[in-house]
Each structure stands twice: as structure tokens, then as C-alpha cells.
Design a protein around this ligand. Structure first.
Ligand SMILES: Nc1ncnc2c1ncn2[C@@H]1O[C@H](COP(=O)(O)OP(=O)(O)OP(=O)(O)O)[C@@H](O)[C@H]1O
Ligand SMILES: [Mg+2]
Length: 408
């Protein structure tokens, strides 16, 4: 029995999950700790002390529910500082037994040799596909006879300072960071189906502070991006538009918000009392939707622009999959479909057992995804190269590299 821990450090909430993995790979959630986020802005830490306190509260709750002492965890990463690029690595293959793990490692090493600006660190190197002696589209080159091996890899980098600040918050409560995992890649583990990944899909995790994107084609990650706009912006717009304090705006958004004004009856109103001493204010749901809709249209416009910029917009047959807390906004799926002109589905984590009451929600895609990512790392192939810095990074790579051989 393996125990995996994930800490999703979001802009609005910190969620620590403890999962137990049985020998068949099934996962049971045994610990859940959700705490309100502090000291975070647009996915990054902007007050280490406050963020550390929030992380500590979340970890304590998860420890209490699970009875497990948390010493290490997979941690989610977001923020506008994250960027990605694609790179090729080429090596000559030697030996009679065909392409070995070592050859694949060397090819990825070669792909890694792109110039990374000073002050940035590589988070993920994920193979998108291999070319073996000129034959492209090879998924798993292991054991193939060849003279030349090329890998095309997706490389995700992040600002070193942002990484250090995030690590500080986790290590400040005596928990070691096993690995930082990009939000969108973690969420994809929890909500995308294999078929969607094969067909071509764009995942958008619309949280409080950021919208995290990942494009999957042919089963692999081809493109990632963090857009610094999320549900908090909608709440701000409502606070200004309706002259409400932020907390009241947040509450009315969650209880009465709608993303498509034309679907809301124009006469529908409700009353709120924004200030304890103040009077009652009457709010029209239609007016609210008219504030929410353009902001969400902007988010979809940014997603579409990014899909086009990546050059893969024509390959997304499975369309758009939405998760993150904001995906719960009524009418959002229909609005997304209007704006994006592609199939859209809102997704929550599935196939969970144990303490799952709150987790069947789009808001917990990243938290559950961190555990799924963590499980895969425990298979023998993933730990083969653990140890050194590069070996640690390779664990990211190997889990995606040989999906069919996970149990090997
Ligand atoms: N039912 C709902 N309708 C509309 N919005 C909602 C609903 N429930 C939550 N939200 C919004 O979802 C956002 C929080 O989402 P989530 O929990 O995914 O964010 P996070 O992970 O903390 O932040 P991020 O990933 O951006 O750093 C908030 O803006 C909140 O207002
Ligand atoms: Mg999030």
C-alpha cells in the first residue's frame, strides 16, 4: 500500500489530500484538508508568512482526518510566470538490443539543452513523440532497432523566485516537496479521458486567480499556458458594477450568478443587505449576468487566441473541457460553446473512493490530479531514475513516456 499526498495551493483555497493506493492502482482518499488561501495572488505567493499559515491549516486538517503524518507531497504550480516551449533532442543509438532507457534519457537530455533565460527553472520535460530513423509518430521507441532517435519534448519552465517562495511555504511546515506539478497537467490527470487526449482536447481550469490551459493531442501534452484571469475578476466586476463589498459580490455570484444574460428572465430580482447597518438592495439577476457574461467571453477569447497561437486549434476534435471552481457557473458551458464553436463539457474528478463528498466538483480537479500524478510515479519504471536532480525531473517524463508499461 502506497500513500500519496497532494497539496493544491490555489488563489482562493488550499487543498491537501491524502490517498492510499492499493496494488491494483485503485485510490482511496483517506485525508482531506481544505483551508481558505491567504497570501496568494493570481496563482503565486505574495506573502510567504500568510501563505505558510494557510498551508499549515490545510495540512493539519488532512492529518487529522487521515491520522497520517504528512512529510512529503506533490504541490501544484500556477502563475503567469510559467511558460512553455517545444524542443527537439537527437542522439545516435548504439548497442544491439535496440533503443534502451538510457538512449531515451540521452535524447531527452539533448532536448533539454534549449537556452532557458536566467532565473528560470525547468519544471517538466514531457515527450510529445519520437522519430526513429526518420519514421515519425512513434509513441514508445523502447526496444526498436535504429541508428538515430529523435524526441520532440514539451518543456515547461517557471520563475525560480516564484518556485522558491512556494517551496518555502511547504517546507516551512516541515513537508518536503516531492515535485511541483503544473496545475493544468494535474487537473488533466483527474478529468480528461484517454479518448479525449487521443482525439485532441484543450483543458481549461478556470480557478479564482488563473485560467490554466493544457492542449493534449495524440495522448500527449503539446502545449500549456497560464492566463492570469479567473473567477476573482468576475467577483470584482460585480462588486464594482453592483456597488457591493467583495464578499457579498462573491456570495451573490455563487448563489445567483449566470453566464448568459439571454437565459435569465429580465424580471428576476432578489434582495441583499450588503452592510450590517445599511439598507436592503434589490439586485436583478439579468443585470448580474450582463456583468458576468463579457468577462467570461473575454476568458474564452483568450483561450481561443492561445489555442490559435499554439497552432493546434485545428486538431482539437474533442473540444474544450472545463474545470476549476468557476466552471460551476450556470450557463458557462453554453457560453463557451457559443464563443469557441467547439464541443464543451464541464468535468469533475471521477472514480474516487473514501472521503469523496466534496471532491466530486470541478474545483478539486487539480487536488485529485496531483494524487493521480503521484501514483504513477510510484510504479517501478518511474522510480528507476530517481535520486539525482535530473533523475527527479525524469520521473515526470517517464510516467508519460511508457503508459502501457506502467505495471511492468
Ligand atoms: N457555484 C459557483 N458558481 C460560480 N463560481 C464559483 C462557484 N463556486 C466557486 N466559484 C468560483 O470559483 C473560484 C475558485 O475556484 P478554484 O477553487 O478552482 O480556485 P483556486 O484553485 O483557489 O484558484 P487558482 O487555481 O486560480 O489559483 C472563485 O472565484 C469562486 O468564486
Ligand atoms: Mg486551482
Amino acid at each position: 500500500m502506497q500513500t500519496v499526498v497532494g497539496i493544491d495551493v490555489g488563489t482562493t483555497k488550499i487543498c491537501t489530500l491524502v490517498g492510499e493506493v492499493d496494488n491494483q492502482g485503485g485510490m482511496k482518499i483517506v485525508g482531506v484538508g481544505i483551508a481558505e488561501a491567504q497570501g496568494m495572488r493570481k496563482g503565486v505567493v505574495n506573502d510567504v508568512q500568510k501563505a505558510t499559515e494557510a498551508v499549515a491549516a490545510s495540512i493539519q486538517k488532512a492529518e487529522r482526518t487521515s491520522g497520517y503524518k504528512i512529510t512529503r507531497a506533490h504541490v501544484s504550480l500556477a502563475g503567469h510566470h510559467v511558460s512553455s516551449t517545444n524542443s527537439m533532442g537527437v542522439v545516435a543509438v548504439s548497442g544491439d538490443a535496440g533503443i534502451s532507457h538510457a538512449d531515451i534519457d540521452r535524447a531527452l537530455d539533448a532536448a533539454r539543452a534549449v537556452s532557458i533565460p536566467h532565473g528560470r527553472e525547468i519544471i517538466h520535460i514531457i515527450p510529445r513523440g519520437f522519430t526513429v530513423d526518420g519514421q515519425d509518430g512513434v509513441r514508445n521507441p523502447l526496444g526498436m532497432h535504429a541508428f538515430r532517435l529523435e524526441v520532440e519534448a514539451h518543456i515547461v519552465t517557471a520563475a525560480l523566485t516564484a518556485l522558491l517562495n512556494l517551496s518555502k511555504c511547504i517546507e516551512g511546515v516541515n513537508v518536503q516537496v516531492d515535485e511541483m506539478v503544473l496545475n493544468s497537467i494535474a487537473s488533466a490527470e483527474a478529468v480528461l479521458t484517454d479518448t479525449e487526449k487521443e482525439m485532441g482536447v484543450i483543458l481549461a481550469d478556470i480557478g479564482g486567480g488563473t485560467t490554466d490551459l493544457a492542449v493534449y493531442i495524440d495522448g500527449m501534452v503539446w502545449h500549456t499556458k497560464v492566463i492570469p484571469v479567473g473567477g476573482n475578476h468576475v467577483t470584482h466586476d460585480l462588486a464594482i458594477g453592483l456597488r457591493l463589498p467583495f464578499n457579498t459580490a462573491e456570495k451573490v455570484k455563487i448563489e445567483r450568478g449566470h453566464a448568459r444574460a439571454r437565459d435569465v428572465e429580465s424580471g428576476a430580482t432578489f434582495d441583499v443587505q450588503p452592510y450590517a447597518e445599511g439598507g436592503i438592495v434589490r439586485i436583478s439577476r439579468h443585470d448580474m449576468a450582463q456583468v458576468i457574461e463579457p468577462r467570461m467571453q473575454e476568458v474564452f477569447h483568450l483561450i481561443l487566441t492561445e489555442a490559435k497561437r499554439s497552432g493546434y486549434d485545428g486538431l482539437l476534435s474533442a473540444g474544450l473541457v472545463l474545470c476549476g471552481g468557476t466552471a460551476q457557473l450556470p450557463g458557462l458551458r453554453a457560453l463557451a460553446q457559443d464563443e469557441m464553436q467547439m464541443p464543451v463539457r464541464v468535468a469533475s474528478p471521477q472514480n474516487l473512493s473514501g472521503l469523496t463528498d466534496v471532491l466530486h466538483s470541478p474545483a478539486f480537479a487539480t487536488s485529485v490530479g496531483l494524487l493521480r500524478w503521484g501514483i504513477q510515479e510510484h510504479t517501478p519504471l518511474k522510480t528507476r531514475r530517481s535520486g539525482g536532480e535530473w533523475g527527479r525531473r525524469l520521473k515526470n517524463v517517464l510516467r508519460l513516456l511508457l503508459p502501457d508499461n506502467r505495471e511492468a
